[in-house]
Design a protein around this ligand. Structure first.
Ligand SMILES: [Zn+2]
Length: 170
C-alpha cells in the first residue's frame, strides 16, 4: 500500500478513516489538527510573547517543532524553567489531557484547564510515530491504563473524551 495522497511509501500502523499516510502527509495531518485546535481556542496571537516550559520530553521538542511549522519565525517564544502566570505554553499529549480530565471527574474535583497546550489533540501513539519519523529520543507521557484498553477495543475513544472536554469549555 502507498500513501493515499501522494503514492509515497506508507507508514505502518497509521490509518485514519481508511486513508494511508506517508511521513510528509502524516506530519501535515497532525499540523492541521493542532492549527485548527489553536484557532478554535484563540489562544495564540502574534503580538504577545509566550513562554514554553522546558522539559526533557519528546512532547517538549514536538511542541516547539509544530509551533514553528504553524507560525514560522513570527511567534515570540521564550523557553523558561518556571511557570509564568500568563501566556504559558506546556508540553502535553492527548493521553495526559484525558487522564487529568477523568481523574478530576472520578474524584469529583473541578477540572481546570491551565496554560496553552498545543499538543492536546495528539495521542501518545502519534507522538511515538512522530519521534520515529523525526528521529527524536524518549518516550511519550502516559495516560490512564484503562482508557488505553478501551481505546484499543473502541478506536477513537480518546478523541471522544477530548470532545467532552471541549464541550465543557463552552
Ligand atoms: Zn504522501
Amino acid at each position: 500500500m502507498t500513501c493515499s495522497k501522494c503514492r509515497s511509501v506508507e507508514l505502518k500502523n497509521v490509518e485514519y478513516a481508511g486513508l494511508k499516510y506517508c511521513k510528509r502527509h502524516f506530519i501535515e495531518l497532525i499540523t492541521k489538527r493542532i492549527r485548527k485546535d489553536l484557532r478554535a481556542r484563540e489562544e495564540i496571537t502574534l503580538d504577545k510573547t509566550y513562554y514554553l516550559l522546558k522539559e526533557n520530553t519528546p512532547e517538549f521538542i514536538l511542541t516547539k517543532y509544530f509551533l514553528e511549522r504553524i507560525f514560522g519565525k513570527y511567534l515570540k517564544l521564550t523557553e523558561v524553567n518556571t511557570i509564568k502566570t500568563k501566556n504559558m505554553i506546556i508540553a502535553t499529549n492527548l493521553d495526559m489531557e484525558t487522564k487529568q480530565f477523568l481523574e478530576s471527574y472520578f474524584t469529583n474535583t473541578k477540572y481546570v484547564e491551565k496554560h496553552i497546550r498545543p499538543l492536546r489533540t495528539v495521542t501518545k501513539e502519534e507522538i511515538e510515530k512522530l519521534c520515529e519519523i523525526l528521529n527524536i529520543k524518549g518516550k511519550p507521557k502516559k495516560g490512564l491504563e484503562f482508557l488505553e484498553k478501551i481505546d484499543n477495543k473502541y478506536p477513537g475513544s480518546k478523541f471522544s473524551v477530548l470532545r467532552s472536554i471541549n464541550h465543557l469549555k463552552k
